[in-house]
Ligand binder design. Sequence first.
Ligand code: FES
Length: 379
Amino acid sequence: MAEFTLKIRRYSPESGEGPYWESFETELPGHRSVLEGILQVKDRQDGSLAIRCSCRAAICGSCGVKVNGKPMLACNTHLEWAQSNSKDGEITVEPMGNMPVLKDLIVDMDAVHWKKIQRITPWLLPDGEPPEREYVVPHESMVDVTQSMACIQCGACVSDCLSMEVDPLFIGPAALAKAYRFVGDPRDGQHEERLRDLAEDPHGIYDCTHCFFCIEACPKGVAPMSQIMRLRRLAGSDYEIDDRNNGHRHEQAFVDNIRKHGLLHEADLLPDSYGGKLHPRTVPELVDSLPVITRALLRRKVTPQNALLHPHKASEEVKRIFEKVEGRPERLEFNLYVSGTEDDPDAPGPEDEQGPHDSGAGADGQAQQAGSGPQKKRS
Ligand code: FES
């Protein structure tokens, strides 16, 4: 047995008071979970403490909270790990971010998370008559969507999404990862319509800013940002959707910019994103950006000389990288979620990494059921 201090963010809307911190002592073996610590507090010290939980085995996704400032499943986070990763020995527990708090550690998932999931039409939309018997889906197609299917809807990625902090209407990492589950499924007959919808929406796939926080936060290895990037590649490259948000052209401008300069040349980026310096679409955008450009000049982040004449040219190494990538006959992507080989039952998986938990319902367990072996695919 060891003693742990849980510093819990409390909030009760009926009291009329704002949120506050309250510390509780718990006594439990260090390998027990933060959820068990909270439930012990609730049982022995304060029955009014509110937390949502069900399976206690990292399956149902209901116990998402922030532990020491990071979103996690409370049932999948060991007390001793949380204590050793705290600032001053006190384990802080607070409700997840980007969602309104209902009481103590319970957030309103309906108001944000589930609303966004509904937005992406979260069911298959097959074309034509259903087959007489079951649909037969190629093995590799299902492996491709396994990663997004592993989501348990805990909302950890939503909690940490920086884009959603800035734009609460952003469809968000969980819902977009779910969207890939249908876009990658050969039984769905609306791939292009789905992609067009998500690309044209100003709060859709191009609203993600690649902060990687959702990848770090996800307890199941879903890597929502990677699913968003797959949706983008499918929309922009495979279906050639020229979205009105200019998202695909902006991405292309980055690639061309690096191809030419080796280092990003910001002054070219905006005009190139809108079709070049002389394109009619560029002029209003440049006028709109004048305050930003002026600030950058005044703060000497950029000089007029650098802005007009980028001194850098792409090196031979950069050129070789482009040649190698573009010389491939097809785009290959590795499904990093599925690890090991069929002949190698002991192959390491994501659960072997050291983290807040080291046992139980790891994402890899589900992946191995769906099919193992290093998977590469074209998406
Ligand atoms: Fe089900 Fe934690 S209680 S995931």
